[in-house]
Ligand binder design. Structure first.
Ligand SMILES: CC(=O)SCCNC(=O)CCNC(=O)[C@H](O)C(C)(C)COP(=O)(O)OP(=O)(O)OC[C@H]1O[C@@H](n2cnc3c(N)ncnc32)[C@H](O)[C@@H]1OP(=O)(O)O
Ligand SMILES: O=C([O-])CC(=O)C(=O)O
Length: 387
């Protein structure tokens, strides 16, 4: 018998369970490195600060799919492919038109991405090129889905994607129906870079688990979108904005508001992290962006409250903000509806998810952990009339 088939654990002697898989290393990966003590994040060798200062989102996509930066010809080719894969199948557009205007955009995105699989070749080809082309196709179409749904629910004409310009420009153009200015494009591009990849977070783990059954990339991304939607993960950015708007609406004092929440044993969204024990380096960058944009758009009050909340969380709980805290006010300053924030996160993270999918598929083993059974055993059967 093969060694791998013999290995098992004696669950009766198992000393503890790792609730939430905390501290468990399940995969090796070249995609990113996080130093939670120092607050450092690296994508495939490059520090997040270096990428934020120099890269485009498209270069980051190439990096996450190939573990190296592209040369000029390779970047041109990738841009070309991304630009020419943005159109949605008619059936997906019809779905977006048929869905309720009260639907959650993340749910709509999840369903639409799942539908895309009906219009792509089956998984016969296991080459890296085939998988990267599929990743390009999904990455190109997600912004179109999000912008089209937002316009449809607001009773506006859908704006067809451009077959030129980068992802950030095209997304804002489709969303608003007009070309974005240079600053808006740069801000969106930077947000896409900052959200692209983050190790074995819950949605990436979900994506790799689905991939490990040899299921297709659409299934993996659909599952990952579902995992990202939750407020303990990507959904926190929307929750942060709702909290700030709640403070505004109720004319509340932000410090008292937070203290009351903590007294109530409630979590404050946008704070805390499984890995970072200091400020998330992405939050550091987004904090500066939030400061600048809030001032420029007359929302400085929201930024000042964010700072007051940050200080309160630090002094009361010793907990720092994560990526979702300041991204909320950045998107708000850009005039984007709060319920699209997590969709924008997904539109970026799809690059990391697909990078991990390819990595998992190339060195696969079924993900199948164990659970410690704590229920009863060998109960006698009682007929239904006697229960
Ligand atoms: C992109 C992302 O996914 S980033 C994370 C986005 N999520 C959020 O912002 C939601 C708010 N934060 C949280 O719920 C958590 O910090 C998580 C889910 C991110 C991490 O969870 P875990 O690693 O399981 O930490 P856990 O929830 O056990 O927290 C440890 C302690 O800090 C407290 N804590 C952690 N985060 C917060 C918070 N945001 N507000 C208040 N208290 C908090 C917990 O109550 C717990 O306290 P206790 O030991 O007294 O019970
Ligand atoms: O790493 C995590 O658990 C969550 C996170 O910050 C991310 O996915 O960007």
């Amino acid at each position: 018998m093969a060694e791998s088939l013999k290995e098992d654990i004696d669950l009766s002697k198992y000393p503890h369970i790792n609730k939430g898989l905390a501290g468990i290393v399940a995969f090796s990966s070249t995609k990113s490195f996080i130093d939670g003590q120092e607050g450092k994040l690296i994508y495939a060798g490059y520090n997040i600060d270096t990428l934020a200062e120099n890269a485009t989102f498209e270069e980051v996509c190439f990096l996450l799919w190939n573990d190296r930066l592209p040369n000029k010809a390779e970047l041109d080719e990738l841009n070309n492919k991304l630009q020419n894969n943005r159109d949605l199948p008619e059936a997906v557009l019809n779905y977006l038109k048929s869905t309720s205007s009260n639907a959650e955009p993340m749910s709509v995105l999840r369903t639409a991405v799942s539908m895309l699989s009906d219009f792509h070749e089956v998984e016969a080809d296991t080459s890296k090129e085939f998988r990267i082309n599929k990743a390009i196709s999904i990455t190109s179409k997600m912004p179109t889905i999000i912008a089209a749904y937002d316009r449809i629910r607001n009773g506006k004409e859908v704006v067809a994607p451009l077959s030129e310009k980068n992802t950030a420009f095209n997304f804002l153009y489709m969303l608003n129906g007009e070309e974005p200015g240079e600053q808006a494009e740069k801000t969106m591009d930077l947000c896409l870079i900052l959200h692209a990849e983050h190790g074995m977070n819950a949605s990436t783990f979900t994506n790799r688990t689905i991939c490990s059954t040899e299921s297709d990339m659409y299934s993996s991304i659909t599952g990952a979108i579902g995992a990202l939607k939750g407020p303990l993960h990507g959904g926190a950015n929307q929750a942060v904005m709702n909290m700030l708007l709640d403070i505004e609406e109720n004319d509340a004092d932000p410090v008292e508001y937070i203290k009351e929440r903590l007294d109530d044993k409630q979590k404050v969204m946008g704070f805390g992290h499984r890995v970072y024990k200091t400020m998330d380096p992405r939050a550091r960058i987004l904090r500066g962006m939030s400061d600048q944009l809030s001032r420029e758009t007359g929302h400085e009050k929201l930024y000042e409250w964010s700072e007051a909340i940050l200080e309160t969380m630090k002094s009361e709980k010793g907990i720092d903000p994560n990526v979702d805290f300041f991204s909320a006010t950045v998107y708000y300053s850009m005039g984007i509806s709060p319920d699209l924030y997590t969709c924008i996160f997904a539109m970026s993270r799809v690059s990391g998810w697909t990078g991990h999918y390819i990595e998992q598929a190339e060195n696969n083993r079924l993900v199948r952990p164990r659970a410690l059974y704590v229920g009863e055993k060998d109960l006698p059967w009682v007929p239904v009339e006697e229960r």
